[in-house]
Design a protein around this ligand. Structure first.
Ligand SMILES: Nc1ncnc2c1ncn2[C@@H]1O[C@H](COP(=O)(O)OP(=O)(O)OP(=O)(O)O)[C@@H](O)[C@H]1O
Length: 239
């Protein structure tokens, strides 16, 4: 569905991704894990057109995405929930959600998608008139997720959603990811919480120094082997 082939990308003169290839299957949850600085967020930025790709191709259903500006990604049905649960603090929960359906083609379904969000995240319904800036960290993450779903994207990209959440909220978050996966949503999940990410995923990629060093079905992943690779600092180590 989403194919990344031989991609190089980075920031100006600094290259971060080195000839990176990976494949995202439709209706599956693919997790990308790796240590701090491995290039996970950079990869997501390249997918979303936030940074240019200097080599290689990114295609969605066979059509090239390279050069598609970030503000047009909703037209190809890609949405990203960035790290840091960015919400509009001075807007209510409901207004934040409606911002997720700003594009004309999504407005028609906004009421239905709002109701679906409230059904999936009941806590947001209770707090629909509350200012987003006064939500707890966990609630703000739920709001960021729900807003990402308001456009009903074909591909949902989620960057480190469990970061800084209390264990009970992490459980809730992974239950929601599981539910979205069971509904057939195509998702790309970047996570530091390896154990939980592998537990919910269909496919696992491990990145190191801007390269993929392991690509495996989640059901076949040995956590011991994964952790061995995860903590190997040598860039020459591969699965
Ligand atoms: N805006 C930027 N300008 C220059 N270098 C950057 C920029 N953003 C990230 N980098 C560098 O790119 C490399 C990869 O960073 P990236 O954020 O993609 O890693 P990551 O795997 O997502 O790490 P983390 O898990 O800590 O978020 C790092 O060396 C980082 O310092």
């Amino acid at each position: 569905m989403l194919e990344i082939q031989n991609v190089r990308a980075g920031y100006g003169a600094i290259n971060v991704l080195w000839d990176l290839s990976l494949s995202i299957a439709p209706g599956k949850l693919t997790t990308i894990i790796g240590q701090n600085g491995a290039g996970k967020t950079t990869l997501l930025r390249a997918m979303m057109g936030l940074i240019p790709v200097s080599q290689g191709t990114i295609t969605l259903d066979g059509k090239p995405l390279n050069g598609t500006p970030t503000w047009d990604m909703h037209k190809v049905s890609m949405a990203m929930i960035p790290e840091g649960r960015m919400v509009f603090r001075d807007m209510t929960v409901e207004e934040n959600l409606m911002m997720g359906a700003f594009a004309p083609q999504h407005r028609a379904h906004a009421a239905r998608n709002l109701e679906r969000s409230f059904e999936m995240f009941p806590r947001l319904r209770e707090r629909r008139r509350q200012m987003a800036g006064s939500l707890s960290g966990g609630e703000a993450q739920m709001l960021a997720m729900a807003r990402g779903l308001m456009s009903d994207p074909k591909v949902l990209i989620i960057d480190e959603p469990s970061l800084g959440l209390a264990p009970v909220m992490v459980n809730e978050l992974f239950a929601i990811l599981k539910r979205l996966k069971d509904d057939g949503r195509t998702m790309i999940l970047v996570e530091q919480n390896t154990h939980r990410a592998v537990g919910v995923a269909d496919h696992v990629y491990l990145m190191q120094s801007g390269k993929v060093v392991l690509s495996q079905a989640a059901s076949e992943v040995s956590l011991e082997h994964l952790h061995g690779l995860y903590f190997a600092r040598e860039s020459g180590v591969t699965a």
